[in-house]
Ligand binder design. Structure first.
Ligand code: ZN
Length: 664
């Protein structure tokens, strides 16, 4: 048999693995046992989940041990503020370094049952959020569950449940109105089995209901896929501006059949305005989604939403509470689909996952007799509850380039790869593009592992083809919902003196090293202007522009065209706060595919053995420095960041210092 804490972790993981039982920190579990005490024999203790951690994949360190006797004595108190409760819980910790215990700890302490599981199961919420929920629960789940009318989590709720238990000690658990399920038992196996049994019964009930009735007739048809795409291209930049008033947001777009059925339903406007499925969701989804009419003034609709949130704040806030970002996190668009917002794609994805569960709960509750939710006042109590906001404060502070979405061309080469890694390190989301689909996918996977979040998107892209650029940008729209910067880096090299240079080689160099930059920059500038949030374009140029070398004509001429292109872009886009700068590296060998192909020819041009070429480049610069991809990446990160906010139309050499390449 496992020791008590390990058995609790095992059971908690089983619950956490089941998405329909709760998500992202929702729900908590406990077990009662005895723990060694420094003053004498082992004392009664409670292991309970810590605040802010998730049951999914939880570990022993996510649970807090508390002295049970003093906790249970708190039951005699008439009332207790949240601050006082948190302070008491912390003083009862057996291990002061353990995480802050769940805000629902007293609930676990006051019920004198050895093992307790608390979940926000979808099917239970659908019953508990239905008009006449209490009657329905009794009819569907029997009479061994206590019914607790809605009350915000904390001391009073814990006491209310414990009072009900004292009157009916043979109960298996309780349903908390608009909140979730609690089950208990003499051991963990029983409490868990009860959760599973009650939830399964409720699920079977709804499966039957769905067979008998449909959720709703469609109020309007979805636009065909191509028109949804065109709508998104035209309007997503405007929506991003609208939701980025406080901080830049990522948006994720969803238009699968489940979402389209929901947003196109005739019932949607009425149902979407009722409120959250469980207060636990609101921290990420906000109380209400924005129901956006796709054919009316979008910015005005976004402003109206924010104004309504401000009024809600004004009406209910207590002294000392600060207004959170008033923009919507869920945007429902009849005919088009759903957008969710977040600080990055992982965050926006979590909002979508939560709202999908809410959608199913709303649909099922509607079928079962009418969806209901907590009042605006009660919702506010949770949305602005300091103990809930504490969970968010556990997230690490945001990095310098956090919320920036940067597209990099030629990302799988030595320089491109170094740029991608550094930008992800500094908090940015990156779109890594290159010709070969498998290479960009691998790089994106590597970057996502590095970040531990979805911060990279791999997209195959040929910078010389307009259609390829359009397709790549469409993927960025769906995954990240915006664009803030482009690192135009893709390039090819050809070595030959001009008298021996073929037309084909010349044209190929111009196509990639000049036209490619033009096509990518044109698409990017259109997007950035429509978005109205400024932006930064960084072109990787070459020392060959100010100081050309022999037998490098096709490359140097095309790079000169790229340089003039960048300068004109800087002139044309300054009024839109779009900055355009160049980085001029020289002799970057490490990881470079370009150098591998041309090194023998370049060495011949200088009358050197190929192996001596790198040392030759190092010796000719003032610092005698070996220039690395990482050095170029640093210059790029600087030019993207706000640290260079007053710099545009400039080039920054990263070449160890070359006198002949000094600007004149
Ligand atoms: Zn709860």
């Amino acid at each position: 048999m496992l020791p008590p804490r390990e058995a609790l972790v095992y059971r908690s993981r089983l619950i956490g693995d089941e998405e329909t039982l709760g998500l992202f920190g929702g729900g908590n579990t406990s077990t009662k046992c005895r723990l060694p005490d420094m003053l004498g024999p082992p004392q009664p203790a409670l292991w309970v989940k810590g605040s802010g951690s998730d049951l999914k994949g939880c570990e022993p360190r996510h649970f807090s041990p508390l002295r049970l006797d003093p906790l249970q004595r708190l039951f005699e108190r008439g009332q207790m503020s949240d601050e006082e409760m948190v302070a008491c819980l912390e003083r009862c910790l057996v291990d002061p370094k353990a995480p802050r215990p769940s805000v629902e700890t007293l609930l676990h302490a006051f019920i004198p049952q050895p093992d307790i599981d608390h979940t926000h199961a979808d099917a239970i919420l659908a019953l508990a959020n239905t008009r006449h929920g209490q009657t329905l629960i009794r009819r569907v789940l029997g009479n061994r569950l206590l019914w607790i009318p809605y009350i915000q989590p904390g001391f009073a709720l814990s006491k209310r449940v414990a009072d009900a238990y004292r009157r009916a000690p043979d109960a298996h658990g309780a349903v908390l109105e608009q909140h979730g399920l609690i089950t208990w038992g003499p051991d963990g196996r029983t409490s868990y089995a009860r959760t599973v049994a009650y939830v399964s019964t409720a699920e079977r009930y709804f499966a039957q209901q769905r067979r008998r009735r449909v959720w709703s007739a469609a109020g309007r048809a979805a636009l065909p896929a191509a028109r949804r795409e065109a709508w998104l291209e035209a309007w997503l930049p405007v929506i991003r501006r609208g939701v980025s008033r406080q901080r830049k947001m990522h948006l994720a777009y969803w238009d699968d059949p489940e979402v389209l059925e929901f947003v196109n339903a005739r019932r949607l406007p009425a149902v979407a305005r009722i409120g959250p499925a469980t207060p636990d969701h609101m921290l990420r989804t906000k109380r209400l989604p924005l129901l956006l009419r796709p054919d009316a003034a979008l910015l005005r609709q976004l402003e109206r939403y924010a104004a309504e949130h401000r009024r809600y704040f004004e009406r209910y806030h207590q002294p000392g509470q600060a207004l959170q970002d008033p923009s919507p996190r869920v945007i429902l668009m009849p005919g088009v689909g759903m957008l969710t917002t977040g600080k990055d794609a992982t965050d926006a994805g979590m909002v979508a996952t939560l709202y999908r569960h809410a959608m199913r709960i709303m649909r099922d509750a509607t079928l079962a007799g009418g969806y209901t939710a907590v009042s605006a006042r009660e919702a506010f109590g949770v949305e602005y509850w300091p103990l809930e906001l504490y969970k968010l404060s556990l997230a690490p502070p945001e990095a310098e380039l956090s919320r920036e979405i940067v597209l990099i061309t030629g990302a799988t080469g030595g320089i491109g790869r170094a740029i991608a890694h550094l930008l992800v390190d500094r908090g940015a989301s990156v779109v890594v593009t290159d010709l070969k689909p498998s290479a960009v996918q691998e790089l994106a996977a590597e970057l996502n592992r590095q970040a531990g979040r979805r911060r990279a998107l791999g997209v195959a892209l040929d910078v010389t083809r307009e259609a390829s650029i359009a397709q790549a940008f469409a993927q960025v729209r769906r995954a990240f919902g915006g664009l803030d910067a482009v690192v135009s880096n893709a390039g090819v090299a050809a070595v030959a003196s001009i008298d021996r240079l073929s037309l084909q080689e010349w044209e190929r160099s111009l196509a990639v090293n000049a036209t490619g930059h033009f096509l990518v920059a044109r698409a990017a500038v259109r997007w950035l202007r429509a978005q109205g949030l400024g932006g930064s374009l960084v072109f990787i140029s070459s020392k060959n522009v100010p100081a050309p070398g022999k037998e490098f004509g096709a490359y140097s001429a095309a790079k000169a065209a790229e340089t003039q292109l960048a300068r004109v872009l800087a002139i044309e886009n300054g009024e839109h706060n779009i900055r355009v700068n160049l980085v001029n590296p020289d002799g970057v060998f490490e990881g470079s595919g370009l150098w591998q192909t041309i090194a023998p020819d370049r060495a011949r041009s200088y009358g050197l053995a190929p192996a001596a070429l790198e040392a030759f480049y190092q010796q000719r610069n003032l610092l005698r420095a070996k220039v690395l991809p990482r050095d170029v990446a640093e210059a790029v990160a600087f030019l993207i960041s706000a640290r260079s906010a007053k710099t545009t139309g400039c080039f920054l050499p990263v070449d160890g210092g070359l006198r002949e390449a000094f600007p004149r």
